[in-house]
Design a protein around this ligand. Sequence first.
Ligand code: SF4
Ligand code: FES
Length: 386
Amino acid sequence: MSDTIQETKTGEFSADVDLSCARAPVGLLAELTHRCPLQCPYCSNPVELERVNTELSTEDWKRVMREAGELGILQIHLSGGEPTARRDLEEIVEEAAKAGLYTNLITAGVLLKRERLEKLRDLGLDHVQLSIQDVDAENANRIASYKGGAEKKHEVTKWVRELDMPLTINAPIHRQNIDNLPAIIDYAVKVGAGRLEVAHIQYYAWALKNRAALMPTKEAFMKTAEIVNEAKERLKGILVIDFVVPDYYAKYPKPCMGGWGRGIINVTPSGKVLPCHAAESLPGLEFDNVRDRSLSDIWLKGQAFEKYRGTDWMKEPCKSCPRKEIDFGGCRCQAFALTGDAANTDPACSLSPMHEEWAQVATEESHTETPEFIFRRMGSTPANAG
Ligand code: SF4
Ligand code: FES
């Protein structure tokens, strides 16, 4: 028996399919391009950005949308880089809507025009998620290294609401904007967002390079938790706030991606299918491409998806831990970046033998003088960036 769509939906699987993936992924993160006019130093894209001449064609992306719908995926997150840099975004959105997917545009907003947004809405775009760097425009534009960005984003918030579309504001929080959190919450209410993501930086890829420039002190982090709790209570029915804590100050890690190969598929601009956006940093994984293999086949049997799916791959202390099916041992990419073995317990976990040493790094770096950012640029490396 093969892994056809119907079989996926009805849950009838052959013996060669791991039953821990016997449900469709909930979401697909489509990195349509790595091109972006902004240069945020905490970008979640890989440090080696994919170039425009490797990007999937319009027809390839349209097929991905159809295959995602057939696989039973519910939500498509159109991301980048900056997804509006793709001139064929309209065609991709239209195909996604036809495939029955809930479409979310994750955008920095600065390339958008009102007419284009309206057209995207009319073609089926369901939701806009707009990232902001700060409410202080000068600081925001410095962090993004983009003049006039904050002002443009503000215009976009107005268009989204005028066009009667739901709006989420995504606000990455770090030591260079953390004091403005109360104003960021007020801003989200003012512009009519239904949801605000107060997202402390997760330290992979570009953010890992910029860790000392971004890491808040533990005291500052604790204060944000208080501010968010108070605001959640006060703004019930007005604004939903999602709070992403920084791993370095947590007791247990988060189940990164909801667990490896359990709920999310990431497709890169060139069509590589990854279990998480940073998976290419791990050695020994083979990434299939949507040009060669169907999404459902990759999801069910792809080597990279099977490698850390479930719990069989775990070592101690995760292996015998009662939380192993809650957090799935944390983040594989962080475990590899910090311990050299992706199967190790994520050092974010207080049960990891490396936890104390690792948490100390955050304390030290958050108290050092703030270094210059290494901005996200094509070909930017610590040696030549800045
Ligand atoms: Fe999670 Fe592993 Fe830590 Fe247990 S030991 S809490 S499974 S990361
Ligand atoms: Fe790859 Fe967490 S970012 S598993």
